[in-house]
Design a protein. Sequence first.
Length: 266
Amino acid sequence: METEHVVDLLEMLGLPSSASALEPCLNEAARQDSTYLSFLTQLLEAERHVRQRRSLETRLKLSRLPQQKRLEGFDFKYQSSIDERQIRELASLAFAARKENLIFLGPPGVGKSHLGIALCMEAIQKGMTAYFTSMDRLLADLSKAEREGQLERRWKVYRRPDILMIDEIGYSRLKQDTGNLFFQLVCMRYEQGSMILTSTKGFGDWGDLMGDTALATAILDRLLNHAHVVNIRGDSYRMKERKKTGGLFTPAPPLEQNPILISGQN
Ligand code: ADP
Ligand code: MG
């Protein structure tokens, strides 16, 4: 009877997990002859645990990460151009707390998205928020919002998260108006929030990519002012997987072993 009243009170006060944990906590306290304080601690910790787990799940869902990738699943030995220590340091997320940017450059398949997503997951686990999109999706979304007079509302989505990850820069060239939208976004997040970008194009090619050298310079000026750049040179990991499974596609030998190139040299 008394217990029911306390359960009602806990629920009314917005502590539903404590309400359901009350009975087992009471039994445990009686069994262990606990103090009042240790009983109360146990009850409130049950509440906190459930809340933290729920908040983590919500942040993970809202991040729109396309897959779950972890640093533990990354084979650093395969990609020797990556400094593992640098990635481990980045995983402390101090860069995100300082609102700095992180840019992964490199050819397809070398692990840019994997590392970016893994760092977003680390951030989410540490209580931060992240939002994932691709460059194409971002620009299509902003253009549509602009046409429909909804731009102000959409900016909020990209301004709010602690980390905004924009994947796959460099696959398609920007048009004048989308270039301007990207510039506005970069200005908006400058020193306000961290960005993780991945690109197959080196910075020297961004003028061509943005279709406007002056605009690209202005964008890079802001992006790179507080930034960490991880330049990955190496073979696609997908290639390794294909080799292992004996796929039909055989990659070209490395340059120095390529007989055509060697015979072409003088
Ligand atoms: P990128 O974004 O550079 O094109 P991805 O990160 O998408 O490449 O990597 C392609 C696939 O290979 C993904 O499934 C990724 O998890 C995996 N992968 C890439 N590099 C590694 C690595 N060094 N260790 C383990 N898996 C890797
Ligand atoms: Mg990728």
